[in-house]
Design a protein around this ligand. Structure first.
Ligand code: TRP
Length: 331
């Protein structure tokens, strides 16, 4: 059985892109593997959030992940800051992480460019913290996308550097979990490639969107003036609407609008109305569960306590072995 670790940044409400991208895969993995899923709240300190916001964001993301189907009985779900062993391992790894290699990381260079007045040490050592997150459980696999490949590569570097330095074969070198099927890319509503918050307000469909809001957003999705010839290729924005439909509508529905497109009789207003209806039907049970979970402090407390106990069991073992290897032996 593989040991899998993944972290989720507490950045706000979950949208459909998050769900069909990473989350749905986490839900599959938790049935088959030893999974650790945590909320990366130490990482968020690089941007200096205020305490109330930080807590609110952790609570939001935790509730929404649980409502979508992450199961605390199957996976170990915890909050990073409840696992101080991670911070200790992060410090150890930093002793062997070099300025040059950290400065060369693409995500660091991007952050420096975006925010030249906040180039802090936490930002520079983001990859060592992420490596600590992963190897604290001696994970073998990390289900991340392309944007995290470089961080994962550095995790392997730090793990093997530790092994070589102390002549041990202690940390596995974790690799990206390969999902076999191609990762689905979820388009946004603005006609461009990707659903995301940063692409502007109306681009993403959030699980917490109330039905009227969701419908309005979908009705405003970018479309063109319609096909003029039979069986014409679909432009990107039309392809996007079909892609979203494939996530939530029946095959018959998709076939119906596809045929209408091909014989040039399609009315995008009708198509979007149908998409909105199916999208609302798909997201409503999740939205309702989010509200339930978010208001159930007792449940959240139990989940977090249970998760951090399990995570700490694994982390404490690693840290005590690492201390022994490094030479911090007890008297
Ligand atoms: N860097 C990841 C992201 O931006 C979040 C993360 C932090 C993570 N620690 C991790 C992911 C450990 C996987 C494993 O999405």
């Amino acid at each position: 059985m593989e040991t899998i670790v993944s972290g989720m940044r507490p950045t706000g409400n979950l949208h459909l892109g998050n769900y069909f991208g990473a989350l749905r895969n986490f839900i599959k993995l938790q049935d088959k593997h030893n999974c650790y899923f945590f909320i990366a709240d130490y990482h968020s300190l690089t941007t200096h959030p205020n305490p109330a916001d930080l807590h609110k964001n952790v609570r939001t993301i935790l509730s929404q992940y649980l409502a979508c189907g992450l199961d605390p009985e199957k996976a170990t779900i915890y909050v990073q800051s409840e696992l101080p062993e991670t911070a200790e391992l992060y410090m150890f790894l930093n002793m062997n992480a070099y300025l040059g290699e950290l400065e060369r990381v693409t995500s660091f260079k991007d952050k420096v460019r975006q925010n030249p007045n906040n180039v802090n040490a936490g930002l520079l050592t983001y990859p060592t913290l992420m490596a600590a997150d992963i190897i604290i459980h001696r994970a073998t696999h990390v289900p991340v996308g392309k944007d995290q490949e470089q961080h994962l590569e550095m995790t392997r570097t730090f793990a093997s550097r530790f092994n070589n330095m102390y002549k041990v074969d202690y940390f596995p070198e974790p690799v990206a979990y390969n999902f076999g099927e191609e990762l689905v890319k979820i388009p946004g509503l603005d006609g461009s490639g990707k659903m995301g918050k940063s692409e502007g307000e109306g681009n993403a469909i959030f699980f917490v969107d109330e039905p009227e809001v969701m419908k309005k957003k979908i009705m405003r999705a970018k479309t063109d003036s319609g096909p003029t010839e039979p069986n014409q290729a679909k432009p990107q924005e039309i392809e996007n609407v079909f892609s979203l439909m494939k996530l939530v509508s029946t095959e018959d529905t998709i076939k119906f609008f596809d045929e209408k497109y091909n014989d040039c009789s399609i009315r995008y207003g009708d198509m979007k109305k149908q998409l909105a209806e199916d999208m609302i039907a798909f997201t409503t049970p999740i939205r309702e569960r989010i509200k339930e979970v978010e208001n159930d402090s007792e449940y959240l407390r139990r989940v977090v306590r249970h998760g951090s106990e399990k995570a700490r069991e694994s982390a404490r073992k690693t840290i005590s072995e690492v201390r022994e290897i490094i030479g911090f032996k007890s008297f």
